[in-house]
Write a protein that binds this ligand. Sequence first.
Ligand code: SF4
Length: 325
Amino acid sequence: MDPVLLDIQNLDVSFVKPEKSAHALRGMDLTIESGEIHALVGESGSGKTVTSMGIMGLIPMPPGRINAGRIVFKGTDLTGLSQAKMRKIRGRQIGMVFQEPARYFNPSLKIGEQIVEMLMLHLGLDKKKAIDQALSFLDVAGMVRSRRVLNSYPHELSGGMKQRAMIAMAICCHPALLIADEPTTALDVTLQRQILQLIRDLKKQFDMGILFISHNLGIVREIADRISVIYAGRIVESAPLNAFFDHTRHPYTRALLRSIPSAKKRGQRLQAISGQVPDAENIPPGCSFHPRCRQAETVCRREMPPTISYGNGHQAACHMIDAHE
Ligand code: SF4
């Protein structure tokens, strides 16, 4: 069986309006295998959310437009599917966990009603079986007093409980792929650890592929098998966990590492990255990172760097890697 569950190839997405056009993804490549947590890391506005919307078939078209590329999930190109077919895949084969569960749940329905409805719709279970399965997945998600949670409205649960309930709902149909979009950002440190542990456990228990989206390399270090860094709609570096941290190649990744507390050596000052991610409506020519890059040379301002493979699954896109290694 092909271990590659999701294969995004050269995905190019724009949002086109009469007055302006934004180039959100510019030749995005990313693969996820079953049983792998692949972290997608980048600052706000780098293209992380558009990537997850693309996989879920939720890019509004228009103004969104897929200019090129494929999103191949279990051998099927999702970019060519109708919304009716995508509805059968969303929730059933691809689950999603969001940063803010309050926006995910319908506030006027009990948690149980929402999970049970999903199980009846996607798996065709009768109500009793769906209730049993909902209870067992609330248990899997580490919920104590699952039956009480089942009969609660979303606003009656704490932030951590809502997050666990959302995870239970996302995995209750045994999806092959789980997209976790900043799932711990709104939580305190203790809850963050518990949710990360839960996601690790779920990966093992269900052999799911997981796309873990985050702006925080410190968190990603705790959970990922592979990390890809996205900048201005393009992957600039991708590597298995150890190679990523031990042999970081791209100047942007190095700058990100210098800016996080967990990468800080004792006594070393953290350094913010100067400047901002370019607006998708106004991406600089050449290497889009060049206005912020300390190593930029003339070629960087003129030509987009190709993505080069360095062996053992490590890739990076930078003109100057050999020069400054
Ligand atoms: Fe910096 Fe040039 Fe590399 Fe871009 S291509 S990251 S500007 S050195």
